[in-house]
Unconditional design. Sequence first.
Length: 476
Amino acid sequence: MSRHPRSLAARLVIAAVLWVAAALAIGGLLISTLFRDSVERNFDTRLTVHVDSLIAVSRYDDSGRLVLSRTLPEPRFDLPYSGWYWQIADSRGVVLVRSRSLWDQTLDITAPQEQGSMRSEEIRGPEGAMLRARFVDVTLPEMPPSAPPLRFAVAADRSALSDELRPFNLALLWSLGALGLGIAVAVAIQVRFGLQPLRRVRIALADIRDGRTQRLEGDWPSEVEPFVRELDSLLAHNAAVLERARTHVGNLAHALKTPLAVLSTEATRKQGPRVEAIERQVDTMRRWIDHYLARARAAATGAVLGARTPVVQVIRDLRRTLMRIYADRPVEISIEEDGEPVSFRGEQQDLEEMIGNLLDNACKYAANQVKVVTARRGGQLAITIDDDGAGLTAAQHGVAIGRGRRLDETAPGSGLGLAIVSDIAGLYGGELRLDESPLGGLRAVLTLPSATGPADRADSVNIRGADGGETDRGTS
């Protein structure tokens, strides 16, 4: 399993943040190093000034003893163990004169030195403190030319360097941290703004899927426009393929049903066992053609984007048709909406065929009442159809959905109605379930994908009569 983040925005932000963090770390280290070098150079310059001052005030008195004509201007040289020290030693390392701050200690400087050349060295001083020393070997004017040079040294505690570096490094750290955070926020905003067209594409595709629009409309950046145009071309091609499939299905239905009608007409002109067998086979072929043509049409349209059908409007239209078909029976049909209006994410003719089969089946076996309830359940819609007829046993529920299985041979029909409903619902990712109805008869629950967004609202009505498709209760 990949450990990379799946979000493109997260990848861009993480990559940018890592690069910025690396750049700021390298930059911060470079700035800190440059500042440290500058502080050390200034520190060495101060020590060098003190060494030059020490040389300037050093002389031999009349007794040949090395003395200072005046004290150095740095008061810390007079405070014991203050961290600032100086001393003058001969070529053998014997200290001739030293600052009062050294008290009873000496500076251990033994490195070889070219006369007149100023050098630096890290040494241990009083109380184990780390000192930075500047020293030079010089021959004073009153000394004989052949006399060995004297070593003038001035040292100071390195903690003074740290005292100067610490506030700067802390301020640098906070500054670079704030800068990095600001850049990270700016990158996140930039990435979000830059990827906004992709979010617009996603929203536009959702609108197409739910039937609110047919194309990816609007102005698009030049980088995204080719992608959008290709998607529009794909949608147009998909619609063209769908239209051709519908045309072929219609042509096939016409080409097959016409010869069957001719055979059926010719068979009715004659009598006899063979004629009855021909009529039965013609009827069987007609039923199977209807079944597989319905499946073919649903398979061609079930995955098409943009299909959206208001459910209650379809039920109202079917109810008016059923009213005329069953006008001679006292069947009352009620339509109710449980919650907000719902829309089917699919083709209207498929929804009409499924609900028409179920309503026709219910009206055919109902005593007086058929009840239809629509409701939304998450991303799906449920259409529940109850009747107060004789119903079916639990064992007969599964048999009723089987292809061509009729539980009631006295009622007209092919026995394929519920099978067609189940097949079409399955192609859309839905299902058909049968159960006992609270009204005493059969309950059919049709679950289908729901289209998001507002749907046309139909008021709940109670109308006598009904109409429907060509199905019956698994018994047909």
